[in-house]
Design a protein around this ligand. Sequence first.
Ligand code: DGL
Length: 278
Amino acid sequence: MFPDTAGPIGLFDSGYGGLTILEKIRALLPQYDYIYLGDNARTPYGTRSFDVVYEFTKQSTEKLFSLGCPLVILACNTASAKALKSIQQKDLPNWNPNRRVLGVIRPTTEKVGEITKTRHVGVLGTVGTIQSESYPIEIQKLFPDIIVTGQACPLWVPLVENEEFASDGADYFVKKYIDQLLNNDPLIDTIILGCTHYPLLLQKIQKYLPPHIQVIAQGNIVADSLKEYLQRHSFLENLLTKGGSCRFYTTESVEKFKHSASIFLHQEVDVTHTQLHL
Ligand code: DGL
């Protein structure tokens, strides 16, 4: 259905969160062209069912493929947890097996074994990511000795999407979920920010954590992992255009995206409106 054409790397998130991944990938791999797609009109995905997240993520991936991306990164933990495997196994073989769709959970879990000393790890994520158990399952495969405790933080994505992440009101919900996590396992010494929106709350998260706890944000990890992946997959790497550009698409209002993206990326961006469904 999609031919082997050369094109940009596509990144997808339900909203603005994936911009935290895009920023780090572009810093490490500035030579490639990029397209970012935010499904802002339908965010948040975190409280939606498997079927809905799969359907929405499939539409976004198809969109990025139709825009010519040979590689799509689901820069969203919820989509990676609930849709990545189905897309890779059911849809990609029909679309074009030479194209690739990658997620953000696997590269993050690969790092965690090097960091934790107590072998007790916490994961903060959306309801969908935590309920999917994707983090404990993936970590168990690589590091069977690590005990993983998940904590859903359903109000954090709305705080970020509504630009309330630095407000005094945000403190209450940041502290609440962190306290719940540490009450459930006081031996945790490493916490994964398992949602691409959460780096925006990092300052507040660190304010309520004891200093010995290490916080892992995903941007640099995903960027390093992508670099290595492209070194190992030269066919795919050769299909990536190298003009250093970045285009943005949103399913919501262009003005709204422009404003919020400038907060996330500290620069002005050009945005195009798009629709993913009829
Ligand atoms: N950035 C998405 C994630 O990493 C947020 C999901 C949502 O839309 O709730 O999980």
